[in-house]
Design a protein around this ligand. Structure first.
Ligand SMILES: Cc1ncc(COP(=O)(O)O)c(C=O)c1O
Length: 405
């Protein structure tokens, strides 16, 4: 019996549980795909090292389990309409904007979608910066906005170090740089330090920036907000909705497990969002991403469970390293940032772990001599990874800057 291509694709949308688990099981091919991409030099310009069989990749702050079932079902269900432009199929990108607006007590004109939140971050630099309007960032932080501003737009970036002891973003230290700035970028929780600034700190900071430099825009990147367990954190979305020139960026790449689907958004007051929307590509988000995002937003329980799963893994990993004598910052994310400086640099740690099939994060200057970023995989992956860390780091007997054994 012959099965038409359309019939086959429609068939993907039914019997969903088994297809969903097949997709999750297919993650085992990740190494193969990474290697093939590297051989073809096609990884968005990034050269990934070939991964040994069975390697565990805990380097990119991805959700190790992928999207939830509702999102996978939604993606599979859209294949029969893959021939249609996003404005001719359903759901429409407008449907996602409307749902996001509703969930945040806002209007559709307060929301702009992006191909991941990277599109939002880049467009914020394009919209708000100029040769005379610089960017202000903490250091270290997520590198994309500063990299784009400096290397592509050739604009100025000014930074202030994170707090010495806690590695929290030092908002007070940023203030002297804000006068005349085009844009201030705050990542909350911050990548790579994994720490948060409290709702009150963010509120006071925004008020202070607006007082000192009223035309300066502020972008609060909340990529990891779904993983926060500290009750002192709150989204800055209500402030963004009522303060001109303030935007909050969000992504479906982290807790929602859709880094490969590429969908993010920003929320802010209508005039600020309109400026951002003018820079987006036509039909920037695709039907699959929109459908998956809508389905996930309608399944908040899944995100709750993902946050709880991640926290258990986070506590386990932080403790395993603490038992070896290595301190981590107060992580509120799906990665941890750990001081291994008394034994080795981040590069030496990375190479030693890679030789054992554990791929941990890259260097984060200016802290690369002492701190390493470890993304959190599944509990099983982290049990294997911490066994490797034990062999590589050895228990450290020193508590200050001397070398451990
Ligand atoms: C803080 C932060 N913001 C934004 C992004 C970009 O995410 P995406 O473009 O996948 O939404 C990342 C990616 O790791 C990140 O760590």
């Amino acid at each position: 019996m012959s099965v038409s291509r359309r019939g086959f694709l429609q068939g993907l949308g039914v019997g969903r549980t088994s297809h969903a688990s097949a997709f999750i099981a297919a993650r085992g091919h990740e190494e193969y795909v990474a290697e093939a991409m590297q051989q073809q030099g096609r990884n968005g310009g990034m050269q990934r090292p070939a991964l040994p069989p069975g390697a565990i990749r805990i380097s990119s702050n991805e959700n190790p389990l992928g999207p939830g079932k509702a999102a996978i079902d939604a993606i599979l269900g859209r294949f029969p309409e893959a021939n249609r432009y996003p404005f001719n199929s359903s759901p429409l990108d407008a449907d996602l904007e409307i749902l996001l607006a509703k969930l945040n007590t806002a209007k559709r004109e307060n929301v702009v979608l992006g191909v991941g939140s990277q599109e939002i971050l880049k467009n914020a630099a394009r919209v708000f910066m100029s040769p005379t309007k610089h960017l202000v960032i903490p250091s270290p932080t997520y590198g994309d906005p500063a990299g784009f501003a400096q290397n592509v737009l050739k604009y100025t970036v000014k930074s202030a170090p994170v707090e010495g002891k806690t590695l929290k973003t030092d908002l007070a230290a940023l203030l002297p740089h804000v006068k005349g700035a085009g844009l201030v970028y705050i990542c909350n929780p911050n990548n790579p330090t994994a720490t948060i600034n409290s709702a009150q700190e963010i509120k006071d900071f925004i008020a202070e920036v607006k007082k000192t430099s009223p035309t300066t825009a502020i972008l609060i990147d909340e990529a990891y907000c779904d993983y926060v367990s500290d009750p002192g954190f709150q989204t800055a979305i209500p402030i963004a909705l009522t303060t001109p020139g303030v935007l909050v960026a969000r992504t479906f790449s982290k807790a929602y497990g859709m880094a490969g689907v590429r969908i993010g958004y920003a929320i802010g007051d209508a005039a600020t969002v309109k400026k951002m929307a003018a820079y987006k590509m036509p039909y920037n988000v695709n039907t699959f991403g929109v459908a998956a995002a809508i389905a996930s937003l309608k399944d908040p329980q899944h995100i709750k469970e993902e946050a709880a799963r991640n926290k258990a893994v986070r506590d386990f990993t932080v403790k395993a390293l603490a038992d070896l004598g290595y301190t981590s910052t107060d992580s509120q994310t799906n990665f941890i940032f750990t001081d291994i400086g008394k034994t080795m640099t981040a590069a030496a740690f990375r190479d030693a772990c890679a030789a054992k099939g554990i791929m941990v994060g890259r260097d984060f200057p200016p802290l690369e001599k002492t701190w390493t970023r470890i993304s959190l995989g599944t509990m099983e992956e982290m049990q294997k990874a911490t066994d490797v860390f034990r062999g590589v780091l050895k228990p450290s007997t020193t508590t200050s800057s001397g070398k451990g054994q």
